[in-house]
Design a protein around this ligand. Structure first.
Ligand code: NDP
Length: 595
């Protein structure tokens, strides 16, 4: 291995070839079809381990101003921003037993956010809260979601342990009829969907998975009844257990060190190693982040977004490995490749990428004492082919006697499972417990999952309306024929790694739409022409980074190696410009969607 950072032209050619070979070892003909959904009928997946059996209640048949589908940060922020606009009855309907969304469901040991807490936690100034750690533990984030909900009085009308099963527009009453799985059928003048991007868990379709008789669960349904302990550790129930963990993504790398502290033995089944960069979590004071100055949180959040969006910024307030590597994230940005001389730019870019990846591979070699294990833990792909991860404990865990790394790349993942074992390369690993850190069907939830049918004007179903040409929206939020329906999320808008920031901008926008419609007694509905213009604008500047994803190791960024779905997905000029566009549009053109 060369010194950290040093890359010659020859090495670049070698790297390209090595990346190609490693990609081939992992790509599968079944692509995204290799996974099973959350409704796979075995194990301990679908239940809510935190709420228990929901309390009996009478179905509701009343009327509210706004129904919000989903009580994660998207829904909570929509609620808070609606309150800011003086909207009265806001009913958030949430499948979990409380607010928090991702942070409600994911409570696995070691859970933290890898985005700085001072930019990730929304409404810090409004709630007067200053996080104590640079990267907050999951429980602190979940409690912050509750804090916002309490401060903005969102509990009063909320429905928990309840899923919306359909939305139907009643043109005669100019309201939505909201049906739920608890027998509710209530009316709402407006509906905001905030169903999240990481809410549909997925399991690998390993042959024989359903025959396994040991204990199993997905990390987003952690079974502390079995393991003992808490997100802080102390998993005493695992002391004499042989535990397998499948998955070494952002979740797996947080779980492994915690399980390793307490389990009898841990087998980590890895298909693709993550890039594991320095984390350097530490306590912070209010003074460290300048929290005594009005506007501090917004300034910090905006600054982070600018940097990770590839925009110029005078200073780097967060100063972590996200921001120091931001230049290498540019290839994921819609605007990539539209600047200057492409060839020269890309040559320099690839060299910088190789230097970073060499640095990360050298880190593995430095930390992991067994050379064979270290070799298997080295990531061989370009930076950000997979979501980068950050940990100062994960690689270290492989130096423990009770941790074994099992590489599954040659068999494209775990080969099969039996009643009591996981089989890889013909070797049977007998286990008492197998934990799936296998992630989520990213970006597929709510309406797009097909599980939430939406009937608009004339009974037209939204997904049917979109079947031929793909989604059609104005700014990703509103659709002709579906009045007063606002969708929050990443579709046809702009995204960022700091997703709560994105959600807050969307929530501000949604609340402004509702307030304007209320004050005029109008419906919110874009014209078909406005939709067409937006979809055309997306297509016109559509990014040219398919080549990058095509060369990447498989994962959810490139639909497991089969490429991106067709159709315009994101605003081509990035999140900073998109938020500015929305601000301007609210000032100048909002009236155009009111009728
Ligand atoms: P991922 O989808 O990122 O990872 C799933 C893991 O399961 C991968 O390592 C995958 O291997 C492995 N896997 C899947 N099928 C098999 C198989 N058949 N055999 C062996 N291994 C298999 O899920 P995560 O839960 O880790 O992360 C999901 C997302 O959640 C992240 O990208 C991030 O957006 C978010 N997250 C954010 C955190 C934060 O701090 N902000 C923390 C945790 C998660 P392979 O890579 O080869 O496909």
């Amino acid at each position: 291995m060369a010194q950290d950072g040093a890359v010659s032209a020859e090495t670049l050619a070698e790297l390209r070839e090595r990346y190609r070979i490693e990609r081939e070892r992992r790509v599968r003909p079944d692509g995204p079809r290799q996974y099973l959904g959350a409704d796979a009928e075995f194990g301990y997946y679908a239940a809510d381990p935190y709420a228990g059996e929901p309390a009996e209640r009478e179905p509701l048949a009343d009327r509210v101003d706004v129904a919000v589908v989903g009580g994660g940060f998207g829904g909570i922020l929509a609620g808070a921003r609606l309150r800011g606009q003086g909207v009265g009855r806001v009913r958030i309907v949430e499948k979990g037993g409380d607010f928090g969304g991702t942070w409600y469901w994911n409570r696995y040991p070691g859970i933290h956010c890898d985005i700085e807490s001072h930019v990730y936690l929304p409404l810090l100034e409004e709630t007067g809260y200053v996080p104590e750690w640079k990267y907050a533990p999951g429980e602190e984030i979940r409690l912050h979601a509750r804090r916002i909900a309490e401060q903005f009085d969102l509990y009063a009308d909320a429905l928990f342990s309840t899923s919306v099963t359909s939305l139907s527009w009643d043109d005669s009453d100019r309201t939505w009829i909201v049906d739920t799985d608890r027998g509710d059928r209530f009316r709402a003048t407006y509906v905001i969907t905030a169903t999240g991007t990481l809410s549909e868990l997925k399991l690998p379709g390993i042959p024989g998975i359903e025959t396994f008789r040991g204990h199993t669960f997905h990390t987003s349904r952690w079974d502390y009844g079995y393991t003992g302990g808490s997100p802080d550790g102390g998993l005493t129930g695992l002391a004499d257990k042989r535990v397998g963990i499948v998955g070494t993504g952002a979740t797996g790398i947080q779980v492994v060190p915690k399980v390793a502290e307490d389990a009898g033995h841990v087998y980590v089944f890895q298909r693709t190693p993550s890039t594991v960069d320095v984390r350097a979590n530490r306590r912070t004071t209010a003074a460290d982040v300048g929290a005594d100055r009005p506007g501090w949180a917004r300034e910090r959040r905006d600054n982070f977004l600018r940097i990770v969006s590839g925009e110029a910024a005078e200073q780097d307030l967060v100063a972590d490995r996200w921001t120091s590597s931001a230049g290498l994230l540019e290839k994921l940005l819609p605007s990539f490749r539209r600047q200057g001389d492409r060839t020269a730019f890309e040559a320099a870019y690839e060299t910088a990428d190789a230097a970073k990846m060499n640095e990360l591979r050298a880190r593995v070699e430095r930390v992991v004492t067994d050379p064979e294990t270290a070799e298997k833990l080295k990531p061989w792909y370009r930076y950000a082919c997979k979501r980068p991860t950050f940990s100062d404990q994960y690689l270290e865990a492989f130096n423990r006697d009770n941790v074994t790394l099992v590489d599954t790349a040659d068999t494209h993942g775990i080969e099969r499972m039996t009643e009591n074992a996981v089989v890889v390369g013909g070797t049977e690993y007998e286990l008492d417990c197998l934990i799936f850190a296998t992630g989520f069907s990213v970006g597929v939830s709510g309406i797009l999952s097909g599980r939430l049918p939406v009937h608009g004007r004339g009974g037209v179903q939204l997904l049917h309306a979109w079947a031929r040409q793909g989604p059609r929206t104005l700014h990703g939020f509103t659709t002709n024929g579906f009045p007063n329906l606002i969708q929050l999320g990443g579709m046809q808008s702009a995204n960022s790694v700091n997703y709560t920031h994105i959600l807050d901008e969307h929530a501000v926008h949604a609340a402004a739409l509702v307030a304007a419609a209320e004050s005029r007694g109008a419906l919110i509905e874009p014209t078909r022409e406005a939709e067409d213009a937006w979809v055309a604008a997306l297509a016109e500047g559509a990014p040219d980074h398919e080549w990058f994803h095509a060369e990447c190791t498989p994962g959810y960024y490139n639909r497991e190696g089969v490429g991106r779905p067709n159709g315009p997905g994101a605003y081509p000029h990035g999140a900073v410009a998109f938020h500015e566009l929305l601000r301007r549009w609210r000032e100048e053109s909002l009236h155009k969607v009111l009728n």
